[in-house]
Design a protein around this ligand. Sequence first.
Ligand code: BG6
Length: 300
Amino acid sequence: MSENIAMQLQSRFGSDNFNFFSGSGDLPAVRISNEFGVAEVMLHGAHVISYQPAGAVPVLWMSGKSMFTEKDPIRGGIPVCWPWFGPDPAGKFGGHGFARLSQWQVVETMHSPAGKSSVVLELTDQDVDAVFAPQPFKLQLTVTLGTALVAALKIFNTGDRELAYSGALHSYFNVADASAIAVEGLDDCSYRDSVLQCDDVQAGPVVIDREIDRIYRNTSGIVRIVDPVFNRVIKVAKSGSTSTVVWNPWIEKSKRMPDFGDEEYHTMVCVEAANAPAAGDSRVLPPGGMAELRQMISIE
Ligand code: BG6
């Protein structure tokens, strides 16, 4: 079925740089390619599922156990978590919101004179399963492939009352050996430790030597994932976010997640550009208001 959708999208939005196809689980996707590399985005969740700069090993991680169905979130890449980060504040639904469970629409593809390629996807309250009874809103995710991969989420309040939300660009990064990496840029920052259920202050780089699930407060700077085995640094910059989540499920939690291989924690780390409630970074948009959450990913 998604082959027909992909063909229709190809005739409307396709070009040398944008190839629409039927991806895993028959979910429609677009492959963006240019001199800078290749990235793939699924319409389900506006989910960036891969990013490979030219000549480099993949920068984003994807679980071999990920479900690719319309009712499940994808495990890996860049999930768009919205309009809540973590547990549903209303206590009704699962974690991380409905945006990652919804089918987004393609609005536009663009190729700039400088050689960058962007796709714009959109989700409104009208596209979301009625069970979520969402307030009026519009989201636009622009994914740009240039010297960096940029994911920019614009949030519009299209209703006539305040729109309160939290969220994240929940990026999963591909590393050679998680226990050998250093996550730099969070030194001296206070954080909520969701594993130990306490508050602490970061001393030096974050190392992954156990289950790590931390929400760093007042953090808007660049985070660098130093990978000595792949011999590279993944640079993660952002705007519109003052909370940063670092997550690796380690041994026991990996076993509990059906869509995550028991040994896969060795090769991933999440560094998330968040608007996290636990860090006092929830947002409120007035009627007609707009905000942007952006993450810029590159390698050095
Ligand atoms: C992280 C949270 O952001 O997402 C973790 O800090 C959570 O606690 C992880 O386990 C994955 O969430 P999910 O809903 O995709 O399994």
